[in-house]
Design a binder for this molecule. Structure first.
Ligand SMILES: [Fe+2]
Ligand SMILES: [Fe+2]
Length: 189
């Protein structure tokens, strides 16, 4: 092969490889490392929530409140679903989703009221974490992550209202009627 032909092939190869790199950056607007890490942190928080509700579910079953136990199991599954959604989002945006270390959760409560009050406090805490994540996405000008996170801001409004509603109901009903409530929450699907 002539020297010039070799040079021409070399140049062509260089441009093709350059173009494929350009394509990568043109079509995948990657999530920043900082937001990827923050979302991975939230995955840990969601799994922590799932474990906490599962722990409450076991506590209720132990205490003979099968309805509350069922409600908590469903709640736990919902939290895991939030973790799955966040992981899929990070991966779609060219990031890496990982499961970090999940802190241990509480294992017992003194009454249904005690457990649901804890659930309410926890949801208020999670709302603040989601707000912080959204602030970070806004600060970076990452519109896609901003859009993705708004659904969780809305979700937290529901989560707080549901938990605080149950706390109110337990307080108003008193001990004797608590089993009616337990039966009602056993119907959650
Ligand atoms: Fe959640
Ligand atoms: Fe939640």
């Amino acid at each position: 092969m002539k020297k010039n032909t070799v040079k021409a092939f070399g140049a062509l190869f260089f441009f093709v490889s350059l173009l494929s790199e350009v394509n990568q950056f043109t079509y995948i607007i990657m999530i920043s490392n900082a937001l990827q890490d923050a979302l991975n942190g939230q995955i840990v928080n969601e799994i922590f929530s799932a474990n906490m509700y599962l722990s409450m579910s076991f506590y209720f079953e132990q205490e003979g409140f099968d309805g509350f136990s069922n409600w908590m199991k469903k709640q736990s599954a919902e939290e895991m679903d939030h973790a799955y959604q966040m992981a899929s989002y990070v991966i779609k945006r060219g990031g890496t989703a990982v499961v970090g270390q999940i802190p241990a959760v509480k294992q017992t409560w003194t009454s249904p009221l005690d457990a649901f009050e804890d659930a309410y406090k926890h949801e208020c805490h999670v709302s603040k974490l989601i707000d912080k994540l959204l602030d970070q996405a806004v600060a970076e000008g990452d519109k896609a992550t901003e859009d993705f996170l708004w659904q969780f801001v809305r979700e937290q409004v529901e989560e707080e209202a549901t938990a605080s509603g149950i706390v109110d109901r337990i307080k108003r009903m008193g001990d004797s009627a608590i089993f009616n409530l337990d039966e009602q929450y056993g119907k959650r699907v």
